[in-house]
Design a protein around this ligand. Structure first.
Ligand code: ZN
Length: 432
C-alpha cells in the first residue's frame, strides 16, 4: 500500500512538472508539445510563423504549413532538426532549456528562424548533396539571422516567455562574428551569402536557388554546372568574382575511383557466393546517419572477386508506407572513392523488427581493398536504422563516398558484402 501511495505521489509530481501533451496552432504553423508549457509552445509557434511569413515575402517557396514537434524530458538531449520540407523536431532535457539564452545557452527563437532558413534553401534545391557545411549551415545562419530581425519587427520584444532582447541573435550577432579575425566555418559561409545578397539583392537569391535546383550537376564535380547556371542569371561581373571565391568553399567534389567498374553476368561467375563479415552477428545498437552513410572496409579474397550483393541488419522508420524513393549502396575503392553506385528501393526495408535484408547488386569487380557503403539520406520522418555490434574492429566508418571516411568507434556496422569469383578461364582473371 505504502509503495503504491508513493507511486501515486510521484505520478502526481510528474504531472505537475511535465504539463500534459498539447497543441498550439499559429498562422500556418502547428506545434505539438510534451514536457513544456503552453507559453513556450506558443512562442515557438509564433516565431516559426513570423519567420515563415517573412521568408515567403522574400520570394522563397514555403510549405502550406509547418509542423513542429517538441519533446522535453530527462531522456532527451537538446536537438533541433528539420526534414527540409515542412517539419521541425525539437528535443530538450528540462524546462531550464527554455530559459533565456544567457542562462540556458539555447537559442530557440533563432533556432526556428534557422530551420526556416534551411527550408528556404532545400525546398528550392532538393538535390543539395553538393553543399558543404559552410554552404548549407552558413545559409541557414545567414537567413536565420535576417529572419530573427523580421520576427522581432512583427512580434515585438515580449515574444519569449523569459523575456530578453532577442535582436542580439539576429544580424547584430552575425555582423559581430564577421568582424572577428577568424570567423568559424558557418559564420564565414554566412558571410559569403551576405555578399551574394549584396550583389543580386535579397530578392535575387530565390531565383538563383531555383536555377541550381534545376541544374544537372555531376556529383563528381558539380562546380561547373552550378557556376554556369548562376552566371546565366546575370552578367554582373561581381557575380563571377563572387563565384570564384564561393565555389571552393561551398561545393563538395566527390572524386570517383580510377578503378574501372567492371561487371560480369551470372554465367561468368563460379556460382559460389561467400559472405564477408566484420561484425559478430549480435546487434548492440542502431543508428540513422543524416548527411552521411554506413561504410565498412574489406579485403578481397582474390583478384577476381565480384560483389554480388550485400546484407544489412536493420529496419525502416517513419511512415507506414515506404517513401517512393531509392537509397544508395556504393562499392568504393580503398580510398573511399566510388566505383559503382547502386540505387535500390526504400521498400526493401520493412518497418518494425530489424532483420537481415539481402540486397542483390549487379556483379561488379572489387579491388583488393574496398569499401561498401549504404546511404539512406534520412530525416526525422524517414530512414533506416542500421545496427552495429558491441565492439569496433576498426573497419567501420561514417561518411559518403568521395569524402574522407570518419572512423566509427561504437562497434562494427552489420553490413556484409557477398562476393563470388570469376570462373577460371582465359580473359576472366586479371593479370598480376
Ligand atoms: Zn542547421
Amino acid at each position: 500500500m505504502r509503495a503504491a501511495a508513493v507511486i501515486v505521489a510521484a505520478a502526481a509530481l510528474c504531472a505537475l512538472l511535465a504539463p500534459a501533451p498539447g497543441t498550439f496552432k499559429a498562422d500556418r504553423v502547428s506545434v505539438t508539445y510534451s514536457g513544456i508549457g503552453e507559453p513556450q509552445a506558443e512562442a515557438i509557434g509564433r516565431a516559426a510563423a513570423a519567420a515563415r511569413c517573412a521568408a515567403a515575402d522574400l520570394g522563397y517557396d514555403m510549405p502550406e504549413g509547418i509542423s513542429i514537434n517538441v519533446t522535453c524530458g530527462a531522456d532527451q538531449r537538446s536537438r533541433l532538426w528539420t526534414d527540409g520540407r515542412d517539419h521541425f523536431e525539437l528535443t530538450a532535457q528540462s524546462e531550464k532549456d527554455f530559459r533565456k539564452p544567457a542562462e540556458s545557452g539555447i537559442f530557440h527563437l533563432y533556432g526556428m528562424c534557422h530551420e526556416v532558413g534551411h527550408l528556404a534553401q532545400y525546398r528550392l534545391i532538393p538535390k543539395h548533396d553538393w553543399m558543404t557545411t559552410a554552404a548549407a549551415e552558413g545559409w541557414a545562419h545567414y537567413l536565420g539571422s535576417r529572419l530573427v530581425d523580421a520576427v522581432y519587427a512583427r512580434e515585438g520584444p515580449d515574444l519569449w516567455p523569459d523575456k530578453y532582447d532577442y535582436r542580439a541573435d539576429g544580424m547584430a550577432r552575425l555582423t559581430r562574428q564577421l568582424s572577428s579575425a577568424r570567423p568559424d566555418e558557418v559564420a564565414a559561409g554566412a558571410g559569403l551569402w551576405l555578399e551574394l545578397a549584396g550583389i543580386v539583392g535579397e530578392r535575387g537569391i530565390p531565383a538563383i536557388f531555383r536555377t541550381w535546383g534545376a541544374a544537372e550537376a555531376d556529383p563528381a564535380d558539380p562546380g561547373p554546372a552550378l557556376g554556369k547556371a548562376l552566371l546565366a542569371t546575370s552578367k554582373d561581373p561581381r557575380l563571377a568574382a563572387w563565384w570564384k571565391k564561393a565555389e571552393p568553399v561551398f561545393v563538395q567534389k566527390r572524386e570517383r575511383s580510377a578503378f574501372a567498374a567492371k561487371t560480369a553476368t551470372p554465367a561468368q561467375l563460379a556460382g559460389k557466393p561467400a559472405e564477408l563479415a566484420h561484425d559478430d552477428g549480435t546487434p548492440a545498437g542502431k543508428m540513422s546517419l543524416t548527411g552521411s552513410g554506413h561504410a565498412v572496409r574489406f579485403d578481397a579474397p582474390s583478384a577476381a572477386s565480384y560483389l554480388v550483393g550485400l546484407r544489412i541488419y536493420g529496419s525502416r522508420y517513419g511512415a507506414q508506407q515506404p517513401p517512393a524513393e531509392n537509397f544508395h549502396l556504393w562499392l568504393c575503392d580503398g580510398q573511399f572513392k566510388a566505383i559503382a553506385d547502386f540505387a535500390l528501393p526504400y521498400s526493401a526495408f520493412e518497418r518494425g523488427e530489424p532483420k537481415w535484408v539481402a540486397l542483390p547488386v549487379r556483379p561488379t569487380l572489387v579491388p583488393q581493398r574496398f569499401f561498401v557503403c549504404a546511404g539512406f539520406d534520412p530525416s526525422s520522418t524517414k530512414g533506416v536504422f542500421v545496427h552495429r555490434d558491441a565492439s569496433a574492429g576498426g573497419d567501420s566508418f561514417c561518411g559518403l563516398p568521395g569524402q574522407p571516411p570518419q572512423p566509427f568507434a561504437a562497434g562494427d556496422w552489420m553490413v556484409r558484402p557477398t562476393l563470388d569469383q570469376a570462373k577460371a578461364g582465359p580473359g576472366t582473371l586479371r593479370k598480376k
